[in-house]
Ligand binder design. Structure first.
Ligand code: ADP
Ligand code: MG
Length: 341
């Protein structure tokens, strides 16, 4: 099937907290297309986080294990184009028949349906037909169904019938695993400190992570240099993040939460659990030290607190740095990571 890219498999889709639900739902769907309550299966998440990879992995898995099933992968743009062409050439019926015969329809990037009312209408009918016939529909989108502006309500309500599972930005450990997996697949050797350095610094999405690795390899080939930490540092300087990049409160928050292994939403919550309070106070302290944000906006960012809470947090952290060696070590560690970025 020319529509499916065989390189996108479950096998090379590295598992992590960021994708566990979506990945296992995908597996379930692949084992029993149309036969689970995950119909449609909606995979959503930001750009470069693996939506297309995972959706295609499901398709490829089905092709492998259930070769009789008719699997079609299509992007929303391509579908729209086909629909427009079919209208123009008066062969809507062929178009409909073609789509209604599919067993597994993978529709990528449905957020691109926004504003295209006729195409949406048309997809709505195809969707209903497939769903009623027990066929599997898999859709991807850059947002959760409830946040998909510009899509018709009735289509959105269909999307909510099944399961929506999100892909999040992978944490450091998963980013390293993805890099390792990729180097392994390509037969490249990268030392651990290079992998860690790249994974540390490229933390937006997986596509950028891969991009960084590709340019690292290119530079090493061009300059006939071994890929060591020095080359990685030099390369990353003019890659995604440049060294003058401002550190954001969000970045600090992610870093601190990752460090203490506490869920991000807890830091913004009202919880007074010790380790959460500690993560929150350190985040505020670092935000004051490393960003240009006012005390007011720092308080606001970390769960709608007022500026006196921020002052108190900074004071507490400073006191602890003076009196508690272990604590001082934590803060120094995190600060080191901040500076690596
Ligand atoms: P999206 O469709 O969400 O924009 P893609 O599916 O195109 O993202 O993924 C971008 C790149 O990152 C692809 O090369 C994909 O193989 C890779 N990728 C994403 N997530 C993972 C993962 N968990 N394991 C391995 N590679 C991944
Ligand atoms: Mg995609």
């Amino acid at each position: 099937d020319p529509q499916l890219n065989r390189n996108y498999t479950f096998n090379n889709f590295v598992e992590g907290d960021c994708n566990r639900l979506a990945r296992s739902a995908g597996y379930a769907v692949a084992a029993k297309p149309g036969g689970t309550s995950f119909n449609p299966l909606m995979i959503y998440g930001g750009v470069g986080l693996g939506k297309t990879h995972l959706a295609q992995a499901i398709g490829n898995e089905i092709k492998q294990t259930l070769p009789d099933k008719l699997v079609l992968y299509v992007s929303c743009e391509k579908f729209t184009q086909q629909f427009v062409d079919a209208l123009k050439h008066n062969n809507i019926n062929d178009f409909v028949n073609f789509y209604q015969a599919i067993d597994v329809l993978i529709m990528d990037d449905v957020h691109n349906f926004a504003g295209k009312e006729k195409t949406q209408d048309f997809f709505f009918h195809i969707f209903n037909h497939l769903h009623q016939s027990g066929k599997q529909v898999i859709i991807t989108s850059d947002k959760a169904p409830k946040d998909l502006a510009g899509l018709e309500e009735r289509l959105l309500s269909r999307f909510k019938w099944g399961l929506s599972a999100d892909l999040q930005v992978p944490d450091l450990e998963t980013r390293m695993a993805i890099l390792k997996n990729k180097t392994y697949q390509d037969g490249i050797e990268l030392s651990n400190d290079v992998i860690e350095y790249v994974a540390h610094n490229i933390d937006n999405n997986v596509r950028e992570l891969e991009g960084a690795m590709v340019s690292l390899l290119a530079q090493s080939t061009l300059n006939r240099k071994e890929i060591d930490l020095a080359l990685a540092k030099q390369m990353l300087k003019n890659f995604v993040k440049n060294s003058s990049k401002e550190i954001s409160m969000e970045y600090i928050q992610n870093l601190v939460c990752e460090y203490f292994e506490v869920p991000i939403e807890m830091v913004k919550s009202q919880t007074r659990k010790r380790e959460i309070v500690q993560a929150r106070q350190i985040s505020m302290y670092l935000a004051k030290a490393h960003t240009k944000s006012s005390l007011k906006s720092i308080g606001h960012f970390f769960g709608g607190r007022d500026h006196s809470t921020v002052i108190y947090a900074c004071q507490t952290v400073e006191d602890l740095i003076d009196t508690d060696k272990k604590f001082k070590g934590y803060v120094a560690d995190i600060q080191k990571k901040l500076k690596m970025s």
